[in-house]
Design a binder for this molecule. Structure first.
Ligand code: AMP
Ligand code: MG
Length: 525
């Protein structure tokens, strides 16, 4: 394979001097060198051809045994110096101490065809010094979910880590899927994820917790010079303030995207927050089916629902506060960081209003429009309403007919989970909203085509619905990869209706309402 591996992260930051792979508390180092474990009988289940190409892998490379071996952790390319990062984090609101890459191993970096440095990281390739009580492995169901969703997010235009490959290891992994005392063997798998950096808020938090200001500064300077190069020449401490403001900005941008498409991360701990503002660590995530701001896919979070859909912006702000706390020593005072954090709500609101305007195809959210926008959430929650399909069908509404109709909801019935159980009163409320919406739209100075174009570019038709992921897992576990291939190709054009692909846009079927893996997921992955 004709690719040149680089090791900029390793070359720039302090390494743990211990080379043996055993559990430990690591101090004074950003990472530990560690070799991936061997996979028994690796099989390539899927790979992202366009990403591979941009990283310099030829089609022949991707189909070679060497490719499978490398991305199963069985072989290294020349120049790879694999390592696991040291980080800490706040989990469910509490400081959890050292966490680190317990089952992630970065192999090295490549410069892609855009000139961007991209790190390659295996997830599920065995134990590291940070594995704590766990095995360092990942099961097929969770690896497939990460592979599909990170690629889907990329094609949805949402900042994310990407997935280069999905390899079944051929080894069994024992998991107690629901933490209810029923451990069972499951097939293992490894995803190779790709991002310019895998540094998280927690990488800075661990430096601060260890009161290691020198390492904190080294990591911040490295991150700024490699990932925020336009800031690197600023004076100190302005450089760090501008950097934090940029991270706030990027994080808001990412969350607005999540809210736009109905994505619920499920485990927004500070160790799962990227310093680049990209979506990272796909675990018990989920997609809103019926619109419900209180929904969380994560059973581990069922009690307090800390990470529910509607809470995500405020959790992001809380996480940014933890990052701010840990970088105070670089700035020497808290005021500039507080100011940046205090701007979060208004910045978020401003961008969300623009997004909701686009979702509804409204040119303005002035005094006429805002009651309509304010009532939208109530209308979506009167009866189980599929969020994704609602916005797509709204674009298709015949505006003139809606204004004149006694029952405009009739044209939208397919977006409801139980249309026959909608009461007369609910129906009336929804109808009133639809007529008001159509009236506003009719008086906008915008053509029907323009409105539909904006709405359909904002509201995807194909999202990786929870039950579709489960169907893909069932098929791959049976040895059939075709369903996954077809679904992945549909997910590459999420905003474009594709002929004959209705099955990938359908509402959640009744059987999926209660099936584990469809509406309920645990952290057991
Ligand atoms: P998560 O909530 O999945 O982001 O994981 C929290 C921490 O647990 C991170 O430090 C992970 O690396 C670690 N972890 C999760 N699953 C495993 C596993 N199977 N083996 C080792 N470490 C794990
Ligand atoms: Mg994590």
């Amino acid at each position: 394979m004709n690719v040149t591996i680089e090791n900029d992260f390793v070359g720039s930051l302090p390494a743990d001097p211990i080379r043996q792979n055993y559990l430990r508390q690591v101090r004074g180092a950003c990472y530990s060198f560690v070799e991936p474990s061997r996979a028994g009988k690796p099989r390539l289940l899927a790979y992202a051809a366009d990403l591979a190409e941009s990283l310099g892998f030829s089609v022949d490379d991707c189909q070679s045994d060497k490719f499978v071996d490398v991305f199963a952790g069985n072989s290294l390319l020349e120049g790879m110096k694999p390592f696991a990062m040291c980080y800490g984090g706040h989990q469910f609101g509490n400081w959890a101490g050292q966490l680190g890459d317990g089952r992630a191993i970065t192999l090295g970096e490549l410069i892609d065809t855009h000139g961007t440095r991209q790190a390659l990281q295996l997830k599920g390739a065995g134990k590291t010094p940070y594995s704590r009580s766990a095995d360092g492995l990942a099961v097929l169901r969770s690896s497939l979910r990460e592979y599909v969703c990170s690629e889907a997010m990329h094609y949805l235009g949402i900042p994310t880590t990407r997935a280069l490959s999905l390899v079944a290891t051929g080894d069994a992994v024992i998991r107690d899927m629901l933490y209810d005392g029923h451990p069972a063997p499951e097939p293992g798998a490894i995803v190779c994820r790709v991002a310019p950096s895998f540094v998280r808020f927690g990488n800075f938090e661990i430096c601060a917790a260890q009161r290691d200001v020198e390492m904190l500064k080294q990591l911040a300077d490295y991150t700024i010079s490699s990932e925020f190069p336009n800031l690197k020449r600023l004076e100190e401490p302005e450089k760090y303030i501008a950097w934090f403001e940029d991270v706030v900005d990027r994080t808001i941008d990412m969350i607005v995207h999540w809210m736009r498409v109905g994505f619920v991360h499920g485990v927004m701990n500070t160790d799962n927050m990227s310093i680049l503002g990209i979506t990272i660590d796909y675990g018990p995530y989920g997609w809103l089916e019926n619109y419900d701001p209180d929904w969380t896919p994560n059973t581990t979070d069922a009690a307090t629902r800390r990470y529910r859909y509607g809470q995500q912006p405020w959790v992001a702000q809380w996480n940014l506060l933890q990052l701010a706390n840990s970088i105070v020593p670089l700035i020497g005072e808290t005021t500039p960081l507080e100011n940046a954090l205090n701007r979060f709500p208004s910045l978020y609101q401003e961008r969300w209003e623009q997004t909701i305007r686009n979702k509804l195809g409204l040119l303005d959210v002035g005094s006429k429009e805002s009651p309509l926008v304010n009532e939208l959430e109530t209308v979506l929650m009167l009866t189980e309403t599929d969020m994704t399909l609602f916005f797509r069908e709204l674009a298709n509404l015949d505006i003139t007919a809606t204004i004149a109709s006694e029952d405009p909801l009739y044209a939208m019935e397919s977006v409801y989970y139980a249309p026959s159980s909608i009461s007369a009163k609910q129906r009336e409320q929804i109808n009133l909203w639809l007529r008001n919406y159509a009236t506003l739209v009719k008086h906008q100075n915008q053509s029907q085509e323009e409105r539909i174009a904006v709405m359909n570019a904002t509201n995807p038709l194909y999202v990786p619905r929870n039950y579709l992921a489960q169907l893909a897992i069932d098929e791959v576990e049976k040895g059939n990869d075709e369903y996954l291939d077809e679904w992945m190709s549909v997910l590459k054009k999420p905003y474009t209706e594709q002929l004959g692909k209705d099955e990938f846009a359908g509402k959640r079927p009744e059987w999926a309402r209660t099936r584990v893996g469809c509406s309920m997921l645990s952290c057991s992955s």
